[in-house]
Ligand binder design. Structure first.
Ligand code: KIV
Ligand code: ZN
Length: 508
């Protein structure tokens, strides 16, 4: 049996997806889930890109022990040195360096001759190799590069010490037989001396098909993301390729991965909760409807024999089999802890557990039925909490005699409470304006999403906001969870402000 290495880049290429930026605690939580999932290599970020990325990679390198931790680096000494430094504490580490090899990138972006590109690639791999045993090299835009040139680069970086060569379809342009051909040609040239890797973007909806073609032609590493998150139309979805390899064993009989497929659902949920980007309902494997059977004929068939309409079972990817109805107000701490383990939160700190249990008890008083999804959301929030520089103490919304809404808000900072009130065009506007006044920061709301965590009129509301605090700087995401949507809104906005302030500290 040959193993396909799963290289997850949700924290790097996935995070490049518009609106998908994560704070450090969220990145650590996700890295631990990827480790649980059995991912071989976690690309934890791009160390030289920002102090936040550097810090996230170093913290992940400290806590993840089973997966190799990798940092991306351009073929530049400062990037490679920064990657090596961020990876210092990793038990198993890899530097992933790259430069573009396609005519269009070399001429217009790099303004370099092909010979200079080869030289830069070799120097980058040599430097990386002197700092880290495991080096991967990527020919950016490989799939639009000249095959003869790709082979020249492949042999040069192999000689310089690269163990893995990645041939990305950076712009998602190729068809499966074309990707297969490129991989085969390079494989025939390098033999077994380097692992070949596929990394496909989904611009034409072919990322998964192209990755499979790469695997069928000799690639033994797959670069992918959870839920297919990534730049533009995204990257190859990990869950799709892994489940194809498992379900179609008749075709891929000699190939396997180390992925524990029962952790796929938890990983998908976590990514969606953290980024606020939900997979479309009909998305393969992890979409809400992926295992739902609506039509009578299908339901009848399913009852008679499951395989009439199902090629995989929901339990294979870890979808809970009951209706998710869980504990009630009389449930004790032990039952709560047991539930958390079932939901995949076994490595949570005692402090987060205590806070979550307290919130669960409060929720039981307000809500008739508490579902798995409610608990999962509370836990995700508690286990990814960043320092609460500002904290919401109270919020009241009313309207004046003409019906104009106003919000009165009290916020704590350094144990001091400040209160203020403001009117707005609507309740959300009034809340955000008041928070700006009390905190002294002026945010621009770039995105606002609200959804019910589970069913029922008394469902918990989850609000995700994206806020820009400085012009032309990245926007920050904040999450708020509350039975009252306006309270959730205030918490989310303050969360984004806290994220911004903790990043600003790092950037100083
Ligand atoms: O798509 C791409 O080419 C990349 C490289 C940096 C590997 O993400
Ligand atoms: Zn990419």
């Amino acid at each position: 049996m040959e193993m396909i290495k799963i290289f997850d880049t949700t924290l790097r290429d996935g995070e490049q997806s518009p609106g998908a930026s994560m704070n450090i605690e969220e990145k650590i939580k996700l890295a631990l889930q990827l480790e649980c999932l059995g991912v071989d290599i976690i690309e934890a970020g791009f160390a030289a890109a920002s102090p936040g990325d550097f810090e996230a990679i170093s913290r992940i390198a400290e806590v993840v022990t089973q997966s190799t931790i990798c940092s991306l680096a351009r073929a530049l000494p400062k990037d490679i040195e920064s990657a090596a430094k961020a990876l210092e504490k990793a038990k198993q580490k890899r530097i992933h360096t790259f430069i573009a090899t396609s005519p269009i990138h070399m001429e217009y972006k790099l303004k370099m001759q092909p010979s200079e590109v080869v030289k830069r690639a070799v120097e980058a791999v040599q430097l990386a190799k002197s700092l880290c045993e495991d080096v991967e090299f990527s020919c950016e835009d490989a799939c639009r590069s000249d095959i003869g040139f790709l082979k020249e680069v492949a042999l040069a970086v192999m000689e310089a010490g690269a163990k893995t060569l990645n041939l990305p379809d950076t712009v998602g342009y190729r068809l499966p037989h074309e990707v297969g051909h490129i991989i085969k040609e390079v494989k025939d040239c390098v033999g077994d001396k380097m692992v070949l890797s596929v990394h496909c973007h989904n611009d034409l909806g072919l990322a998964v098909a192209n990755s499979l073609a790469g695997i069928q032609n000799g690639a033994r590493q797959l670069e992918c993301t959870i839920n297919g998150l990534g730049e533009r139309a995204g990257n190859t979805a990990l869950e799709e390729v892994v489940m194809i390899l498992k379900t179609r064993k008749d075709v891929f009989m000699d190939l396997d991965t180390r992925i524990n497929t029962k952790e796929i659902y938890a990983a998908s949920k976590l990514v969606a909760d953290i980024t606020g980007i939900r997979p479309q309902p009909n998305k393969a494997i992890v979409g809400k409807n992926a295992f739902a059977h609506e039509s009578g004929i299908h339901q009848d068939g399913m009852l008679k024999h499951r395989e009439t309409y199902e090629i995989m079972s929901a339990s294979d990817i870890g979808i809970p089999q009951d209706n998710g109805l869980v504990l009630g107000k009389h449930s004790g701490r032990a039952a709560f802890k047991d539930k958390l383990t079932n939901l995949g939160f076994s490595n949570i700190s005692q402090e987060s557990l205590d806070r979550a249990f307290e919130r669960f008890k409060i929720l039981c008083d307000k809500k008739k039925e508490v579902y798995d999804e409610d608990i999962r959301s509370i836990l995700t929030e508690e286990s990814t909490k960043i320092p609460q520089i500002f904290e919401l103490v109270s919020l009241q919304i009313s309207s004046d005699s003409c019906g104009v809404p106003y919000a009165a808000i009290s916020i704590r900072r350094n144990e001091e409470d400040k209160i203020d009130a403001a009117i707005g065009n609507g309740s959300v506007d009034a809340i955000l304006k008041t928070i700006d006044r009390v905190s002294g920061y002026n945010g621009i709301l770039k995105d606002y999403k609200v959804e019910a965590v589970s069913e029922g009129k008394d469902a918990l509301a989850k609000v995700v906001v994206k806020v820009e605090f400085e012009p032309n700087r990245p926007a920050f995401i904040g999450h708020g969870l509350h039975i009252d949507t306006m309270q959730a809104t205030a918490k989310a906005y303050i969360g984004a402000l806290n994220s911004y302030l903790s990043m600003r500290e790092l950037m100083r």
